[in-house]
Design a protein around this ligand. Structure first.
Ligand code: AMP
Ligand code: MG
Length: 410
């Protein structure tokens, strides 16, 4: 007699055994997508000095009262130039030609954009066409960050923008949760790959490419561990090698009730494994275990099942290991659409929660879903077309016009 457990129990079991990896320092250049394990405070002001936001003339705002006015051009300051070192100053009645990002010269307190000025042909004077107030187009020190400010909290996922900020305050390495290395192994005597004709009974390995790509999307380093036959010794050797090299391992196949489903047998022997029958469809069987402390996810072999099992168990667990606070895909409520004759998202009552592959769109701010195609666990094309998994509780499904909860896949 099999005992079937609720999804929440299986998920809790897995998550309780997948903890955040130890923090390490990494160069900022390698940190995109990683999660901060330490706060970052700014060691300095950004900008660190008053500078101009526009090309034009640095002036004393008081000198522009009653514009148009003519001022004497006493110098030029380009970005990167120190006007103090150059002895450039703006006295009463003076103007300094200035380029975006250049420091404000001593004495100046405003910038007139070049478009509102007219320099004399010899460049000795400039006519300023508008009155400006103090601070006009001036970026003041600390306008973006003040020295000592908390810049990023623990748990921040480092985006390209974050890396730019770190660079802007001179921080070249950060303490983060390491980028995980996760191996993917396919099991099954029937598996082949590539363009060669299939021998009778063979199928091509679809799981490895999709699981490797899911890992890549997750921002972890995915390791292709190849295929292994339905052979206990070969599976054991492959797993022992995998856990020595990886932070986590995904296998597919060999965890069901069949005579040659050896993944669960091997995991049970060499690791601390729990073989679960989860009250969901697809992806009922899951063998999850720790081998030498490394989480191994024995995902089911059917291609849709392996991807759904990844979504429901491996993805949140790997995110937890990578230090993420937010583990799950976004869930939304959607209206089921389609021809009434299609019947909407139908199912039969079987005591399990079904995850239907659906295409999601948004009309007038409302999410809508329709079936993405054949819902068999071997029908990978509907998974490819899907951008959501509709959660169908036990019962007979949701008709066209009904409401359903959807896990968004992107
Ligand atoms: P299993 O979980 O090993 O009993 O496999 C369940 C079903 O999934 C069988 O029809 C297998 O042929 C199929 N299957 C297993 N592994 C793969 C794979 N890597 N790619 C495509 N189909 C697979
Ligand atoms: Mg198999």
């Amino acid at each position: 007699m099999e005992s079937v457990i609720p999804l929440g129990e299986a998920r809790d079991h897995v998550l309780a055994r997948c903890v955040g990896s130890a923090p390490i320092g990494v160069p900022v250049a390698d940190a995109r997508g990683l999660v901060l394990a330490e706060v970052v405070d700014s060691p300095e002001h950004v900008p660190s000095f008053a500078n101009t936001a526009m090309d034009g003339f640095a002036v004393r705002a008081a000198d522009t009262v009653g514009a148009p006015v003519v001022l004497v051009v006493v110098g030029t300051v380009a970005a990167g130039v120190d006007p103090v070192a150059e002895g450039i100053e703006v006295g009463p009645g003076d103007a300094v030609r200035i380029m975006t990002g250049a420091p404000m010269p001593p004495g100046s307190d405003a910038v007139v954009i070049v478009e509102r000025t007219e320099a004399s042909p010899d460049g000795v004077t400039v006519e300023v066409g508008i009155e400006v107030s103090e601070g006009n187009h001036v970026r003041t020190p600390g306008e973006d960050l003040v020295a000592g400010d908390r810049v990023f909290e623990v748990g921040t996922v480092l985006s390209p923008g974050h890396l730019g900020v770190l660079a802007s305050i001179g921080i070249s390495s950060v303490v983060v949760h390491r980028r995980l290395r996760v191996g993917v192994l396919s099991t099954g005597d029937e598996l082949s790959e590539g363009p060669y004709p299939l021998a009778p009974g063979q199928i091509r390995d679809a799981n490895r490419p999709s699981l490797l790509a899911l890992l890549d999307e997750l921002g972890v380093k995915a390791l292709d561990l190849g295929r292994v036959a339905d052979d206990e010794a070969a599976i054991e050797a492959a797993l022992v090698d995998a856990v020595a090299r990886c932070d986590a391992v995904l296998t597919s196949g060999g965890v069901s009730m069949g005579d040659f489903d050896y993944v669960k047998v091997v995991l049970d022997r060499i690791g601390d494994m729990r073989w679960m029958q989860v009250a969901i469809k697809p992806a009922k069987p899951l063998a999850f275990g720790l081998v030498d402390g490394v989480p191994v996810f024995g995902l089911p072999g059917n291609p849709v099942s392996s991807m759904v099992s990844f979504e429901l168990f491996a993805r949140p667990a790997l995110r937890a290991m990578a230090g993420h606070v937010d583990l799950d895909r976004r869930r939304v409520r959607a209206t089921v659409v389609g021809e009434p004759a299609d019947g909407g998202l139908r199912r039969r009552s079987d005591g399990r929660v079904h995850f239907a592959r659906v295409v999601v769109d948004v009309v007038d701010g409302r999410f809508r879903v329709r079936s993405a195609g054949g819902q068999g666990s071997h029908q990978l094309t509907a998974m490819a077309a899907a951008d959501g998994l509709a959660v169908l509780p036990d019962g007979d499904g949701v008709p066209v016009g009904g409401e359903v909860e959807v896990l968004l896949l992107s």
